[in-house]
Write a protein that binds this ligand. Sequence first.
Ligand code: NI
Length: 225
Amino acid sequence: MLIHIPNLLTPEEVALCRQRLEAADWIDGRATAGDQSAKVKHNLQVPEESTAARELGDIVLRGLARNALFSSAALPLRVYPPMFNRYDVGMTFNTHVDNAIRSVQGTRMRTDLSSTLFLSAPDEYDGGELVIEDTYGAQAVKLPAGDMILYPGTSLHRVNPVTRGSRWASFFWTQSMVADDAKRRLLFEMDMSIIQMRSIVPDDHASVLGLAGCYHNLMRMWCEV
Ligand code: NI
């Protein structure tokens, strides 16, 4: 399931990120790639341990913390510190799968969900689509600056070559409380239906209480915390 999260960052936050990234150091993106990925990856990244990456990462984490759609769709347990990349003309990242396990300050986490937060407007560059192999076929994604796509970490994906301009983004992984994509999807759809129902009938209506009870009891059954 691909989830488009509009306006994860405000235009002011995007502008601040862009301003800081203009002045940041950029290194070869292969620094964080696994063996298979390194062969097909050609882009630039801000070093993970740099002050710029940490400060900008905090802006992204604050955006995630206030976003109800992210919370409902990802059911996050741990979020990898956001990283920042850039594709100039000719740069690309061919088809690959992300490493299943990542280490954050000595703690291992599972990459259940991948995220790309766009920091360039679509008219600033040509090419550069994120192409994700979904159960419904390949989906090409190119979103407004400040918008994010959330997709299963299990998916094969690539970034098409940039043919004009430059594509800037933040990317990171999330370990979900619910490892299984199908179960997480069911909980998300149920949550969305309950929200919709609460706009039609009172919050204390028996149907809302019953469904909310089912939702939380499924969470108890399926969540690892
Ligand atoms: Ni990837």
